[in-house]
Design a binder for this molecule. Sequence first.
Ligand code: CUO
Length: 602
Amino acid sequence: MAATDQTRILSLYEQVSYTSDTGGDVPTDRTGGLNLGTALNIPRGRVFSTFVQSHRRAAKDLCDVLMRTSSPIQLIELAGRLRDRLNENLFIYAVSFVILHKQEFRNLRLPSIVEVFPHKFVPAEELTKMQVTVNKLPPNQEAQLVIEYGPEFASTNLKPEHRVSYWREDYGINSHHWHWHLVYPAEMDVPGDRKGELFYYMHQQMVARYDMERLSVDLNRVEKLENWRVPISDGYFSKLTSNNSGRAWGTRQDDSLMKDFRRTDFGLEFIDITVMEIWMSRLMDAIHQGYMINRNGDRVPLSDNVTTGKLGIEILGDAFEADASLSPNALFYGDLHNLGHLMIAFTHDNDGAHKEEIGVMGDSATAMRDPVFYRWHKFVDGIFQEYKMTQPPYTLEDLSLPNVVVDKVGVLRDNQLNQLTTGWNLREFEASRGLDFNAPNPVMLRITHLDHAPFNYHIQVTNSGAAPKKVTVRIFIAPKHNVRGLEMSFMEQRLLWSEMDKFTETLKPGKNQIVRASKDSSITNPNEFTFRDLGPRPPPAADGSGSERADELTQVEAQQEHTDFRFEETMQQITRKTQVKRVEDEFIKRGTLVNSEYRALQ
Ligand code: CUO
């Protein structure tokens, strides 16, 4: 890939909300007669939400057109012509989707969503302050302007939930969530296995990790939001704007009640809470009967013990998320998870009487800021766990590896054994890529965010076989004590295990010492690049050899530079003793899982 493709593609992402047109039909001469389907139905300046089926449809229509381009140049040319007529968020979603999912574009990288839409990560007040500062600069100011933001949160200590604001409102987790839904979208015909299961697993992991963080600051584990007829105790006021021109996200007072949805301005049909309850009940029936019913009235068995076809957890995930193109019966099982996001996001103005915008729960780039996100996903996870408990427990054979024994596991940083250090770090983004500050030089945003000091895993493994053996190593972290300060049993701990890394290793016969750096994690390493990281590259070698590799390496180096850990002096440091265990060890000790034991702990 020539470096210019990467550089040129960035132009599609710059100041995307500040183009001259304000919507309307795209003249044929600008689309080359292309049929954009419903892509033009979402007005500019409004929220685009992948939780809304008509918005997913619009995204599919647009992506189908963009996917037909066969080179970055073609994509840039076509998308460039459409950019100022389409909803900004839809446009960025679709271009990003095509770059990620089209084989020919696999060497292109996306710029960080924080730089494309800074207002989704930084309050409008801060961005306005930046503009004021820019306006006061002398006209020939040479240096770039750097504005610091954070740690600052949307609530105060008056609310217990505030204790984990620093985690919920971190840009990293929110940009990760936006990216995840782009990689595994619903109803976009993305080929691939186990999508429904991945939806379950990734969100289960997010809740597990959040619960772990809560325990570390003496908060209870999240309570699921299962009863939609009682008030939601915690409100949320994001202080963010939903678009660059200052339209605010809807807010939610404490003790707000979900209401039947009755708006006509969001591409959504009316929805009753009663209907949501019926869908939930149908999903629960299917779980306990062991099958779903498809549109023909046939049974679709739900079992994870299959040798062909989809796993039960995958079918359930598709029906629950929901992905109407994969659900066995979208009309019957509904669209429960997606519409839950939206019903919650509209509690403040369910009928549009106040002409208020949707709340942050309606956008995957902002939803994780809100405490209710975790309550909703704890409910979602509870349904999946209900299914899991209908399945036979894993056996010792399932979970052990013949001739392989893990002798010892630990983490090491400098000379500290089994102690991880987390704290604040700084990351710079160029705010002037997404927002027009009318400044001659870059306007940088230095955001405080959560990070950890790098460390190494040390794993001692014995392969008692005669031949080398290729194995997959999966590392999890889990809290040891519950909120009462008591050591948890494995069953109490079970849903709190959070995956830290996964990699393959070839074990030689005898003792093996595996050392793995935390920054190499395939799970936690942020695949996030700023515009600067993706800027112009040196031209390829004269014979063309090695240019792709060089490009890749430069990007990896840029990424590593940003993931290097350096504590900033004024920032609070949080240290926490942790114990890293192998899941397999625990299972081997305890044998198979006992359902009644699990239930007693719930
Ligand atoms: Cu990612 Cu509900 O699916 O937030």
